[in-house]
Structures are given as C-alpha cells and as structure tokens.
Design a protein around this ligand. Sequence first.
Ligand code: THU
Length: 160
Amino acid sequence: MKSLTITSHLEVYDSLEELPGNLQQLMQQAIKVRDTAYAPYSQFKVGAALLLDNDEVILGSNQENASYPSGLCAERTAVYAAGAKYPEAEIKAIAISAKSMKHQVISPVPPCGACRQALIEYEVKQEKPIGIFFMGESGKVVKANSIKDLLPLVFDNSSL
Ligand code: THU
C-alpha cells in the first residue's frame, strides 16, 4: 500500500483592497454582473468575470430554469461565452462573487464541482494555469493560482 498526500495552496485576503488593482476591478465586474443573474428558484445570485490574455473581460451570471437541471452556473456561462467569442484566447483569471437574496453569504463561495471541471478543461487546453478568486459578501477573498488547487485529481483528455 502506498499513501499519497495531496496539498493545495490557497491564499485568503481580508479585503478586496489587498489585491492588485486589475484583479480588484475584475472582481468589481463580477459583483456588478451578479445582478443580471436569473435566479427566481434559488434566490442565489452569482457573477463571474474572466480576464483573457487579449485583455478582454467576459462576464457571466447564473441562469436558472423551471426545469432545474437546464439552468447554468455563472462560471460556465462565462467560460463557454469566452470559448465561443475568443476561441484562441487564453484565460488568465476568473473572479466569482455570490450573494443570496435570503441571507448574508459570509464565507467566500467556491465554484461547484461541475464548474471546476469545465474550467480545468481550458487550463489543460492552454497549458497555463488560471488564477481563481472567489468571494461572498463579507469582503474576504480566497485566491488559488490554479484550478488544480481546487480539483487536484483531475479527469482530463489524458485519461481518455
Ligand atoms: N451557482 C453558480 O452560479 N455557481 C456555482 O459555482 C454554484 C452555484 C448557481 C447555480 C444556481 O443557479 C444557484 O447558484 C444555486 O445553486
């Protein structure tokens, strides 16, 4: 028997102002686009802003559906829009902001497993890590330098 220990590196910032200016701006865009979420069922609104290497920013928000599984998270709305609009561009960073209409979201909200899987596909494709930043409403921000820090045992094309 072999035992493996997997480590992930995350950084926690007490406030957005501790981040470099361009990433503060990216998060501000994620916060703003969160208001465009269509979330009548969960009352949980998420905004995502992707920074590309061509300096374009692509935005997304969660879009729900009466047939619940047909809805889509903010992160995948953004990442697929980026893939469709700029198929050759690399994703440098993603900022994610979440807010509930029912209670205060204190802790930073990490992306769901399906969104981590969607994001890692692009990290593998571009052979460069994607920085990820996520927030709730408290001001605290969590940062990881790679999606792999959130999804260490990745399933990708090397398994096929
Ligand atoms: N949601 C996101 O947009 N991103 C995530 O990573 C987690 C969940 C959305 C999906 C659904 O519209 C609502 O939040 C509640 O799950």
